[in-house]
Design a protein around this ligand. Structure first.
Ligand SMILES: Cc1cc2nc3c(=O)[nH]c(=O)nc-3n(C[C@H](O)[C@H](O)[C@H](O)COP(=O)(O)OP(=O)(O)OC[C@H]3O[C@@H](n4cnc5c(N)ncnc54)[C@H](O)[C@@H]3O)c2cc1C
Ligand code: SF4
Length: 705
């Protein structure tokens, strides 16, 4: 009886799947003629429509899928490169169907392969694609077409960083104040809250004071006040003191391990009743029939590298919410799909980034000056490369030191990791580190675009908060306080919307359907907040680096702007373009000869990676997806000398000899090493690498970073 029931359920699902595939509509529009061609396709004709060469590289592509037979057919949005509402999101066309850089001559090779191979997270449609491609060999495992378990909450927050946890805490505070129940769920891809956090960190307590005024009494791990500020200009062998810029003053701030602060915030949230799910990576945004964000899905776990379920397979979970807040940190993997789908960057500049690489050391107590904050410019990068270092003396003989390289660098031979080693080897830094012990290594991208790069923050059913929106204040090198404040502001707007809906219904929460609510007032509330005031005042600082004077123009302008003009210049400079487009061909440069590690202060890359505790389950789908598997070898290697092997701070990418084709190279991805910094997704000049979440719980296990 059980078997029969199960078979019937599988059959029923199967027929729904077929209906889906037959209802997929592909619309293509050539930008040259403006002609819109649409084909009502089954899977096979879909593939022929998408055959290589049927679209021009500059074409925009859009798909409309018809999930339920009752929906109207023919819905396509030719100007929107993302999937139309209701589309099965993991067709991955969301990632492909954008305006392709001109050098990507055949994006549709990748596109059609993606559909047919479909080594993707989970959905039934994918399996269908796989079946078509592989015929009888295709996987037909009922587990993979099972409907996801659906849970519902008032608010789902993606990411348990400072922004996400501040939002969750504020929501529960407001609900408690009003005696209302509010279910708040936070999903976090790290195995433990804080284990993916990378920061300096000297933090301002402004937002924390607002959120938890008695944080001291509650034992927040802010033990080391910042006591002295120093700014240095480094030459190859010496260090020249510089006046400390007023906007970088750390008076009243604290030197912390942000991991520890985030863990503590997690505890505060749980005390208030927030449900935190560490080890759960949000892999898909879910949309309702109207195209509003309905929540997220966590990825399936227990798939092998080909997308086939293993014995430990578990279907991901769907979390539906009235409001979904995305707090993924810098360059969020779901955020980027939302930005495309809702065209959130329509009225803003591209985001620009830096890569921060850091270590924590235990040093000789005689060299330790608790509370000292040092910043460095100059050596080791040249004056046209944006870069700088920091050294913060924490409590307990620990120092946190790091180096940030602007990802708009031009020379493809540059390696941010090696620049960090050169920084540490400078006599000034070496003197502090020698005799000490390196405890942790970490790397993470951070936002540099500032005010002019903030996208539209809201869309139906949700909003972007924290660094995924880009609130970092670059001259201060601080984003924790602004991330937290944005979480607080978003929470206040979301609580108003949800509790207002309860009130309007005149009933308990259970009477109000789980439909997406509008949080658009968050946009204006942020504009009215001190976050925007701060960011507006320093908006011209980063773009000033792009004068022919590079660092020197930047220093001169920063002094004038922040001391004399105080941000009141009547213009706003633009960034020259996205970071990936700044990389120049290798023929314009000479390779950089980086020194060998000494094993005392400077280290081999893989030794550093071993200090991250990184672990990804073996034999899982590669989370670093290539849109076109050939682009790296055919373009990035000859033109840019294979920059991936240098910009990745974890040795994930290698060009190795191709045994199958003697004399040629192949691109190897050691995805198990990935420390989730997102640099490859940002800096790949072909924009061919798509960073997606691996199985939840994988990745680095940072501490003290
Ligand atoms: C090298 C470096 C130095 C810095 N120094 C300072 C400093 O001194 N002072 C300061 O104030 N700021 C500093 N910052 C910036 C600061 O760290 C950030 O502004 C702050 O962490 C942003 O908080 P957030 O919550 O927005 O994002 P994050 O702290 O990045 O948190 C995002 C969280 O979301 C999780 N996540 C992401 N995607 C998903 C997903 N799809 N599913 C589930 N979970 C997901 C991540 O694992 C992470 O835990 C520094 C940053 C770097 C990289
Ligand atoms: S693979 Fe990409 S995200 Fe992972 S560590 Fe390397 S550059 Fe960072």
């Amino acid at each position: 009886m059980y078997t029969l029931g199960r078979s019937l359920r599988v059959l029923a699902k199967q027929s729904r799947i077929n209906a889906r595939m037959h209802a997929i509509q592909v619309a293509k529009k050539t930008s040259a003629s403006g002609v819109l061609l649409a084909a009502n396709s089954s899977g096979s004709s879909l593939r022929s429509v998408l055959a290589p060469g049927t679209l021009r590289p500059s074409s925009t592509l859009s798909l409309a899928a018809h999930l339920r037979p009752t929906q109207a057919l023919g819905r396509s949005r030719s100007s929107d490169p993302t999937l139309a509402p209701g589309c099965p999101p993991n067709l991955r066309i969301t990632e492909m169907g954008q305006t392709f850089p001109p050098h990507m001559t055949s994006p549709l090779v990748a596109l059609s392969e993606t559909i047919t191979r479909c080594v993707s997270t989970s959905t039934a449609t994918c399996l269908e694609g796989k079946k078509e491609a592989e015929g009888e060999k295709a996987v037909e495992d009922p587990r993979i077409v099972e409907q996801r378990f659906v849970d519902e909450a008032d608010v789902v927050v993606v990411g348990a960083g400072p922004a996400g946890l501040s939002a969750a805490i504020r929501l529960k505070q407001l609900a408690n104040e009003r005696g209302q129940e509010l279910r708040v769920i936070v999903v976090e891809k790290a195995g433990e809250v804080g284990a993916h956090t990378v920061s300096g960190a000297v933090i301002e307590t402004r937002a924390l004071d607002e959120l938890i005024p008695d944080w001291k009494e509650r034992g927040a791990p802010l033990d080391q006040p910042a006591l002295e500020d120093h700014m240095h200009y480094l030459t190859r062998s010496s260090s020249i003191p510089l006046p400390h810029p007023p906007q970088m003053s750390n008076h009243g701030n604290y030197i912390v391990s942000l991991n520890n602060v985030v863990k503590w915030l997690g505890e505060q949230a749980e005390e208030l009743g927030v449900e935190i799910f560490p080890g759960f990576a949000a892999s898909e945004v879910l949309y309702d029939d109207q195209g509003a964000v309905q929540g997220i899905a966590t990825n399936d776990v227990g798939l092998d590298k080909d997308g086939r379920p293993k014995d430990n397979f578990e279907r991901g979970m769907a979390l539906h919410a009235r409001v979904t807040l995305f707090a993924e940190g810098c360059h969020g993997s779901l955020t980027k799909t939302l930005i495309r789908r809702f065209d959130l960057r329509k009225d803003s500049q591209p985001q620009t980034y830096g890569l921060g690489i850091k270590e924590v050391w235990e040093i000789d107590p005689a060299k330790h000056t608790p509370g000292a904050v040092h910043h460095y410019v100059g050596y080791p990068v040249d004056y046209q490369t944006y870069g700088g270092g920091f050294l913060y003396h924490m409590a307990d003989n620990l120092v946190s030191l790091g180096y940030v390289v602007g990802l708009d660098y031009r020379n493809p031979y540059l390696s941010p990791y090696q620049e960090f080693q050169r920084f540490k080897a400078h006599p000034k830094l070496r003197a502090t580190l020698e005799g000490g012990k390196c405890i942790s290594y970490a790397a993470r991208a951070l936002n540099e675009g500032g005010y002019q790069s903030i996208p539209k923050l809201t869309f139906p059913g949700g909003a972007l908060i924290g660094c995924t929106a880009g609130f970092l204040n670059l001259p201060k090198i601080k984003g924790t306080h602004t991330a937290m404040k944005s979480g607080i502001v978003a929470a206040e707007v979301a609580a108003e919307a949800i509790l207002g809906a309860y009130k309007a219904a005149g009933e308990g929460a259970e009477e109000v359907p789980y439909t997406a609510l509008d949080v658009s007032p968050y946009e204006q509330a942020m504009r009215d907040s001190w976050v925007y005031q701060e960011l507006y005042a320093v908006r011209n600082v980063r773009p000033s680096f792009h004068s022919p004077l590079g660092l020197f123009g930047f220093m001169a302008w920063t002094g004038l702007d922040t001391v004399v003009l105080k941000g009141k210049a009547p213009w706003t400079w633009k960034h020259p373009g996205p970071d990936y487009a700044m990389l120049q061909p290798a023929k314009n440069f000479k390779p950089i000869a980086y020194p060998k590690p000494d094993g005392e202060v400077t280290f081999d890359l893989l030794e550093s990676v071993s200090r991250t505790g990184t672990n990804h389950a073996e034999n899982q789908p590669v989370h670093l997806q290539l849109k076109d598997p050939k682009v790296q070898v055919e373009r990035n290697l000859p033109v840019f000398a294979g920059p991936e092997a240098r910009f990745c701070p974890a040795g994930v990418y290698e060009y190795v000899d191709d045994d199958a084709h003697p004399g040629q190279k192949r691109f190897q991805i050691n995805s198990q090493n990935c420390i989730h910094c997102k640099t490859c997704d940002i800096k790949d000049p072909a924009q061919n690498i798509n960073w997606t979440v691996p199985e939840g719980g994988g990745g680095p296990q940072y501490s003290l970073t």
